[in-house]
Design a protein around this ligand. Structure first.
Ligand SMILES: C[S@@+](CC[C@H](N)C(=O)[O-])C[C@H]1O[C@@H](n2cnc3c(N)ncnc32)[C@H](O)[C@@H]1O
Length: 237
């Protein structure tokens, strides 16, 4: 299997002051969005915990498990996969030491599609801007989605503002993220996702911008109506 560019982050993945600090800092805000959209989608079931337990959830491109651990602690029935074997190794070790029930796998969505495995909720945060063909990625996600499903994606818009905020300021000036982590040409406009999925009869559920506010030595992320840089959206079938 091809080596993931993210293998080199594995030793520092869980250092919330390290190269992944922005992912750590945004987790709480993304988790609130996920919980809200899950509750909204499956409102006939009793509680968030009951939904998370009943529905099959995939964390696609889970890295070292920041989101998967948060969901597993809420009782989720979760599978998490990533193309980086080093990150999955670290994630598995952490899950075992905390007795968390997370089914970690090395690989991408193609592997799950090949095995005809389907999920009710597919979440892929900050991954699509790293894949080579975003349309194939979206199609494969859709092939692995059960009826009455929910897809949640977070990524970065492609425009001058996102170049300034995520590459010039975050990578080159403030060095919050290692240089070269992002490739602006791979960024995706929200309507490229929504219009692509509409052709496959999925519809937009909700879309919000995410914006980092400096907070001590770290950041707090707030929701914004502007999706000009980081954003998160949900689609339903
Ligand atoms: C920026 S990290 C995000 C990690 C995690 N989703 C989070 O937000 O905490 C991107 C992750 O996507 C993984 N990745 C890149 N391309 C992938 C693909 N085609 N399938 C699955 N994972 C992929 C990388 O190995 C890396 O762990």
């Amino acid at each position: 299997m091809q080596q993931s560019n993210f293998d080199s982050f594995s030793n520092e993945w869980w250092d919330d002051e390290g190269p992944i600090k922005l992912l750590h800092s945004m987790n709480k805000t993304r988790l609130l969005f996920i919980q809200e959209r899950v509750l909204n989608r499956y409102d006939s079931l009793s509680s968030l915990e009951a939904i998370l337990k009943k529905k099959k959830i995939l964390d696609l491109g889970c890295g070292g498990g920041i989101l998967s651990e948060s969901l597993a602690k809420k009782g989720a029935n979760i599978t998490a996969c990533d193309t980086s074997s080093s990150l999955i190794k670290i994630a598995k070790k952490r899950a075992a030491s905390q007795k968390l029930n997370i089914n970690y796998k090395v690989g991408g969505i193609e592997l799950l599609k090949k095995k005809s495995i389907k999920y009710d909720i597919i979440i892929s945060l900050e991954v699509i801007e790293h894949v080579n063909n975003y349309k194939d990625f979206l199609l494969n996600i859709n092939s692995c989605l059960n009826k009455n499903g929910l897809i949640i994606l977070s990524t970065i818009n492609r425009n001058t503002i996102s170049y300034l905020t995520t590459i010039l300021i975050a990578e080159r000036i403030l060095k919050l993220v290692p240089n070269g982590t992002h490739n602006w040409n791979k960024y995706i406009k929200p309507n490229e996702i929504t219009e692509f999925y509409e052709k496959y009869n999925l519809r937009l559920d909700k879309k919000v911008g995410l914006f980092p506010i400096p907070f001590g030595r770290n950041f707090k992320w707030i929701r914004t109506s502007s999706v000009s840089s980081n954003y998160i959206l949900s689609m339903v079938n």
